[in-house]
Design a protein around this ligand. Structure first.
Ligand code: ATP
Length: 451
């Protein structure tokens, strides 16, 4: 996990909270709020004991927390457990009722939608406003403005008031600003990762790079996300710290508790398309259907020296070789990648990485080891294709994407001709996978008593 080695026990503190509590006054009806503003004052005036027209509600209670520099801390808990309250206190947008908070470094936060930006101002004006709040000078923002814009990728909308933005555009711009403000500590609420898979993957790439040196506090409902991204985690329950420790141990305990209390319902798989029905027919009677929608190859720029370019990526039925728009987890498929050489290549390699929504690589392969002793050289203008036969794993519901690349050389020493991030997207609609990053089809499971 990035950051662990540097963090160690001795890394300096980035955040320290001691005895932090947050109390809200709850009024059962609006009149009570008015009464509270007037009556106790009058009572004090006449020397009477002031009455209370509210109930106390402790959103956070006695939280002690250290986050060390370079560490990624996960915050997990159910709705209303106090996660957002904790983050807002950490960012300084909310004052604790009790306790001390010591934050060392610049905090870039992606919290509530709507915080940080003025809805009447344009995107451009908000970048300057937000950048200034984050401690950047006007010159620094000028210098980074084009990078921020490129990251957000909202085009002409940057000149429009942000009140006209969709939530996806809003998050794009907000994330772009915090990604360029030289934050020491990033505070991210994963619930905000709205938007398309390409932007989510872009954010994850940024986050993983940031983790190499920076401190991250990451909030999610999703135990798997916390386990994948974080070194350590805390579990909040009814405003109190229920558990703190290694991310794996905390998320497992959280998971076990959630499972103890609820009956898991696997949502009904999508069955509305002939293509999907055909994929079920190919697989036979799968125990738990896992319909995975296959989106079209999306040619994008990527990076590389331009000596070759990816022309198409397709997922084919392993037997009929027809291009699939739906596949079932457990089915045999062929991934076909086609590239075109723009210069002659003496030892081309084609490959892919299959990633989950957090950018975590689930598996990948390339042609090098199979063709290491018999390279397939091609001339400029010629096409080259690679096919990878594999059994599609059973994928937990969510979005997945493939990075696809063409290179020239050997696995240890090669030049990237073109590497395309998220060239190909899949979406799993339902799955029976409850543990692990992926499931595998088990053709047989036996339980029997032995005499
Ligand atoms: N301004 C407020 N006035 C009264 N109660 C509040 C206020 N803000 C939050 N709360 C309450 O404090 C508790 C903790 O809220 P918080 O938003 O921190 O939880 P959360 O864990 O982030 O939940 P979610 O996952 O739904 O975002 C909730 O019960 C919420 O209703």
């Amino acid at each position: 996990m990035p950051g662990v080695a540097e963090a160690g026990k001795q890394a300096p503190l980035a955040v320290r909270m001691q005895g932090v509590s947050k109390n809200y006054h709850i009024y059962d009806n609006p009149k009570d709020r008015l009464k509270q503003a007037i009556v106790p004052r009058m009572q004090r005036l006449f020397g009477a004991r002031p009455a209370r027209f509210y109930r106390d509600f402790w959103a956070l209670r006695d939280i002690a927390l250290d986050v060390r520099h370079g560490e990624t801390l996960g915050v997990i808990g159910r709705n209303g457990s106090g996660k957002s309250t904790l983050l807002q206190i950490l960012c300084g947008t909310l004052t604790p009722t009790e306790g001390d908070v010591d934050v060392r470094g610049r905090v870039g936060a992606l919290l509530e939608l709507g915080s940080g930006f003025n809805p009447e101002f344009t995107g451009r004006e908000n970048v300057y406003l937000n950048g200034a709040v984050l401690g950047m000078t006007r010159e620094q923002i000028d210098a980074r403005f084009s990078d921020i814009l490129a990251f957000a990728d909202i085009g002409e909308f940057v000149e429009q008031p942000v009140k006209t933005y969709s939530s996806g555009m809003y998050v794009r711009l907000a994330f772009a600003v915090i990604a360029h403000c030289d934050a020491d500590i990033l505070v991210i609420d994963e619930a905000l990762s709205v938007g398309d898979v390409f932007f989510a993957q872009k954010c994850m790439r940024f986050l993983r790079k940031f983790q190499e040196n920076g401190t991250v506090v990451f909030v999610s409902h999703d135990a798997a996300a916390v386990r994948n991204l974080c070194d350590r985690a805390i579990w909040l329950e009814h405003g109190r710290m229920r558990m703190e420790g290694d991310a794996k141990a905390v998320t497992e305990a959280y998971h076990a508790s959630a499972y103890g209390e609820t009956v898991r319902v696997v949502s009904a798989p999508v069955r509305d398309s002939a293509a999907d029905a055909a994929s079920v027919a190919r697989l036979g009677a799968a125990a738990v259907p896992n319909p995975i929608e296959v989106f079209r190859f999306d040619p994008g720029a990527g990076f590389g020296d331009g000596t070759a370019t990816i022309r198409s990526v397709q997922l084919l039925d392993a037997t009929t070789r027809e291009a699939l728009s739906f596949v079932q987890g457990g089915e045999d498929v062929t991934l076909r990648i086609e590239a075109e050489a723009l210069d002659a290549l003496d030892s081309p390699i084609l490959g892919f990485l299959f990633k989950d929504r957090l950018g975590q690589v689930l598996f990948g392969e390339n042609t090098w080891s199979t063709y290491r002793d018999r390279a397939v050289p091609i001339d400029a203008g010629a096409r080259l294709s690679a096919e990878f036969d594999f059994r599609m794993p059973i994928l937990p519901a969510g979005r997945y994407s493939l990075d696809v690349a063409v290179a020239n050389g050997t696995v240890l020493e090669h030049r990237q001709a073109q590497w395309m991030h998220d060239a190909f997207v899949l979406e799993s609609h339902a799955s029976g996978v409850t543990t692990g990053l992926v499931g595998l089809p088990f053709p047989g499971i036996r339980l029997q008593s032995e005499e």
